[in-house]
Structure formats: structure tokens, C-alpha cells
Design a protein around this ligand. Sequence first.
Ligand SMILES: Cc1cc2nc3c(=O)[nH]c(=O)nc-3n(C[C@H](O)[C@H](O)[C@H](O)COP(=O)(O)OP(=O)(O)OC[C@H]3O[C@@H](n4cnc5c(N)ncnc54)[C@H](O)[C@@H]3O)c2cc1C
Length: 313
Amino acid sequence: MLKFMDNYPMKNLTTLKIGGPAKKFVKVTNPNELIEAINYAKQNNLEYLVIGGGSNLLVSDKGVDKLIIKNEILGIEHQGQNIKVKSGTVLQDLVHYSISHGLLGIQKMTGIPGTVGGAVYGNAGAYGQTISDNIISVVVLSDRRESKDLITLNKDDCNFNYRDSGFKKNKYTILEVRFSLNTNNPTTLDQEAKDVLSKRLIKYPPGIKCPGSFFKNIVAETLPKEILEKIPSEKITYGKISAGYLLESVGANGQVLDGIEIAGYHANLFINKGGGSAQTFYTLAKKYSQKVKEKFGITLEPEVQLINLPPIS
Ligand SMILES: Cc1cc2nc3c(=O)[nH]c(=O)nc-3n(C[C@H](O)[C@H](O)[C@H](O)COP(=O)(O)OP(=O)(O)OC[C@H]3O[C@@H](n4cnc5c(N)ncnc54)[C@H](O)[C@@H]3O)c2cc1C
């Protein structure tokens, strides 16, 4: 029996610990519950939004006039080099699973919070690995027809790009993700993950209230030559210009406004130091992205999903 809650504070569902009330909130632990929750939304003329770990969300202080469905549909299994994982599984559990079974391709995503579904939606990644690298197919629930079909999409149908996927445009709910991984020694994989984690802990100390990097880095080859010439080559890694560098160049690092601080060591990291609001967060992000636009002619695009807030760029 699903437990629908009224006016549930979204700040309890986000790593940023910010966000006003959701009109309705429910957790689902299997696909039938998910369909039941979606049907409930339809019957009550409510829009719905499926979320995972809330680690990539900036939710308005006014809240959201929707049914928020928290995906807790869990499970991992593998056969040989193929892994099937349910979308509500915590990404870190998948990382541990792949390492312990000697499967290579996900280990560098250690420490990224959230669920597998959220990672696929945003094509999350770190240290040169992205979740889509080894995906073969994704099983989704289509809400286009009355019957709510399950559809298997091949990787090419998912339109993956840098921190982007077709799921940002269609109305599919990601249910299961299938990977084909290479093999390696678990000890080697574990060591690689530990190396990554020790670097990550410096940027993201435990308990930090943030949604990860706020803006996407810029794919260098998308920029005209005259803009690219303004960027020092050492600021381009894996073909991307760091948004942190651009923000730092306009003085964003270390800025503080009403409980929101832009990290002194990384200007693309906006932290809720306590009592910060979505509005303040938004104001700071808009201010410094405009400065970047003025100085470099580059439009920064949020990586974080804005919920019930106007576009920033
Ligand atoms: C400390 C910290 C460090 C981070 N480091 C990184 C990093 O190194 N690299 C990186 O890429 N990201 C990073 N992030 C951002 C974030 O962790 C990732 O984007 C993560 O993959 C989001 O997953 P989630 O389950 O929390 O998604 P949520 O925040 O819950 O949702 C994000 C979006 O995905 C959609 N969504 C979620 N589940 C589903 C589903 N099953 N079907 C359809 N849509 C769905 C939601 O509707 C929403 O639009 C970091 C965040 C934090 C807080």
C-alpha cells in the first residue's frame, strides 16, 4: 500500500538541504508501485516527477506543485561481463559490486552520490569515465500511452552526450540499465577507486550540502576560435574547459551570500552553509554566470536540474 504524504519538504530529499514543500510525495520500491503512483497522479490531475537521491536538484523555496516519486527500486545481477541494475540502486553500490566482481568501467565513478537512474538521466561521470560508456540498453516506462509500456532502448536511442541524455526531453522513467563491462583484477580496480576517492574527499568533504558542480564544463571544440584563444591550455582537461576556472576568473570563488558560499577552492561549487535558500543560490549563480558571459562570451549551462525555477542562462 503506497503512502502518499502531503506538503512534504523537498529539503529532506535533496543533498543541498534546500527546497519548499512537494504537494504530494511517495516512495516506490517496485515497478507496480511506480505505475500505481503515476496512475494516482493522473487521477488527481497532478504532474509527477521521479527522483532518485536528490543529489542534482535545486528546488524552489516555493516548493513544487507535483507528486514527487522517490525511486527506491533496487537490485543488481550479473552474468559474465553483463550487469543488469535497477534504477533506484545507489550508484556507489553498483561501483562496489563491479569492483568486487572484477568488472572494469564504473570504478572511477566512486563517490558520486545518487542513484543509477539519476546518473543515466544526467549521464554522470568523473575522472574520464561516464555512466553511458558501457551501457548496452536501458529499460524505460513510457507514459505516452494508456498502457504504460516497458520499452528497451538501445544505447544509440538514448542520445547520450556530455552530461546530457534524451531522458531530459522525453517523459520516460528509467527502470533498468544494462551494461557490458570489461574485466580486470578487483585489487587493481579497488586501488583506482581509492585514488579517485581520496581526491574527491578534498573537494567534497563528508556532510557537505551541495548539488555537486553547479554548471557544466564547456566542450572546447564547440567554441569559436577567438573565444578559445582566451583560455589557457592547462584549463582544458578531457576536452572540456572547467566552468570553475571561468567562474574563478570573474571573482566568484569565496563569495558568500545569506548562507550560500561559493567554495574558495572551487568556484563551481555552491554550498549551503546553513539556512541558505534556493533564491540566494539562484541569485549568486545567475550573477556570476552573467559575468562569465560578459568576460568570455561563454554561456554557462546548469548541470543541476532546476525545479520550479526559471532558466538561468
Ligand atoms: C557531493 C556531490 C558530488 C557530485 N559529483 C558528481 C560528479 O563527480 N559527476 C557527476 O556527473 N555528478 C556529480 N554530482 C551530481 C549528482 O550526484 C549526479 O548527477 C547523480 O547522478 C544524480 O543522481 P540522483 O539519483 O541523485 O538524481 P536526482 O538528483 O534525484 O535527479 C536528477 C534528475 O534525474 C531525474 N531522474 C532521477 N531518476 C530518474 C529515473 N529513474 N528516471 C527518469 N529520470 C530520473 C530527475 O527527475 C531529475 O531531473 C555530485 C553531487 C554531489 C552532491
